[in-house]
Design a protein around this ligand. Sequence first.
Ligand code: GRF
Length: 221
Amino acid sequence: MSIFKSHTIKKAVVLLSGSGSNFQAILDSITAYEIALEICAVISNVPDARGIDRAKTHGIPTYIVNNHDYSERINFDKALLDKVVKYDPDYLVLAGFMRILSSEFIKKFNKPIFNIHPSLLPKYKGLNTHQRVLDKNEKLHGCSVHLVTKELDGGPLIIQGEVSVKNDDDVKKLAARVLKVEHMIYKKALNLFITNQITYENLRVMKINKEIEIPLKVRMD
Ligand code: GRF
């Protein structure tokens, strides 16, 4: 049973490739009635992704669309989109999904696609962000939730979570602290959309609540 009026509940499909701890954090906040969201399906490109088990535990339909089964990327994207649209979701939530969606996919879906990235974008797009941050002796690191556009890790920013880099940090310690903040900010970002404080038009973020500074910053040390 939900405490939310049915018309306020948005629907999302989650795409993931691995552990799915961000998906779990979103799920936990749904279960705690913090956000009016229903996750209608979880799709992974990796058959044994732990996130798939998490979804099954909660009775959420799961699908594997393995990119290795498709020689052409266009066919992988099509198979993925076919599964996604079946649920007519309001949002697509990328939670550690390690494939790049084509611009055709993004255009065809034509609704918000969210992603979480382990750096303070626009710095450190791409992979191995924690190591690169340590190599550069950065004092500040963190994570960003943004909308997905055809530019890799380059879409409009919604929330950033900042953490200080400590002198004795290694990749493992730093990644663990950043991940903790990821779990805080992803649900917040989704909630800004669910509650119509921010909306989206033509891949641009439109602020409805004028009090909000975008990107919203959260600091955790
Ligand atoms: C996170 O660090 C996220 O920022 C990145 O992939 C990782 C996924 O972790 N995109 P999890 O699968 O949610 O635990």
